[in-house]
Design a protein around this ligand. Structure first.
Ligand code: IDP
Ligand code: MG
Length: 138
């Protein structure tokens, strides 16, 4: 049994897609184990995206991720980390396959903007553990 970390990003809430996205996870068999609505603060985001803070687009990511409330939580299930990543699809929605969340609910973004892609998922078991500790203060 694995636990993976997710964020439903501000575009997901803004567009009223929370129910649909969570339903996809649930019908796949992922169980919601923790869930909370938050307004992200900058320092937490920098810790979460530690590998991206030096990128030129990080200020755009910060603006996007703090532009409205998010829902953070975890799913548990067999192979939950990879299952949720596979369901999300490619980072850039313009390259994400139809049938994936990013491929079905998002399109592309303008150069210089953050890529708005609905949801986050941990990319490995180690990342999941690190992110759960950051967001749920363990
Ligand atoms: P992931 O979310 O698919 O794991 P990461 O490379 O970890 O992708 O990037 C984290 C988030 O940062 C992405 O989901 C996206 O919102 C944003 N992002 C990544 N690369 C770019 C970029 O080149 N321009 C703008 N935003 C980006
Ligand atoms: Mg990532």
């Amino acid at each position: 049994m694995e636990e993976t970390f997710f964020i439903l990003k501000p575009d997901c809430l803004e567009r009223g897609l929370v129910g649909q996205v969570l339903q996809r996870a649930e019908v796949r068999g992922l169980k919601i184990n923790r869930m909370e609505m938050r307004q992200i603060d900058r320092s937490l985001l920098e810790e979460h995206y530690a590998d991206l803070v030096d990128k030129p687009f990080f200020p755009a990511i910060t603006d996007f991720m703090t532009s409205g409330p998010v829902i953070v939580g975890t799913f548990t299930g067999v192979g939950a980390v990879q299952a949720w990543r596979d369901m999300l699809g490619a980072t850039d929605p313009s390259k994400a396959l139809p049938g994936t969340i990013r491929g079905d609910y998002a399109l592309g973004s303008f150069p210089g903007e953050a890529i708005k892609n609905i949801a986050h998922g941990s990319d490995s078991l180690a990342s999941a553990q690190r992110e759960i500790a950051i967001w749920f203060d363990e």
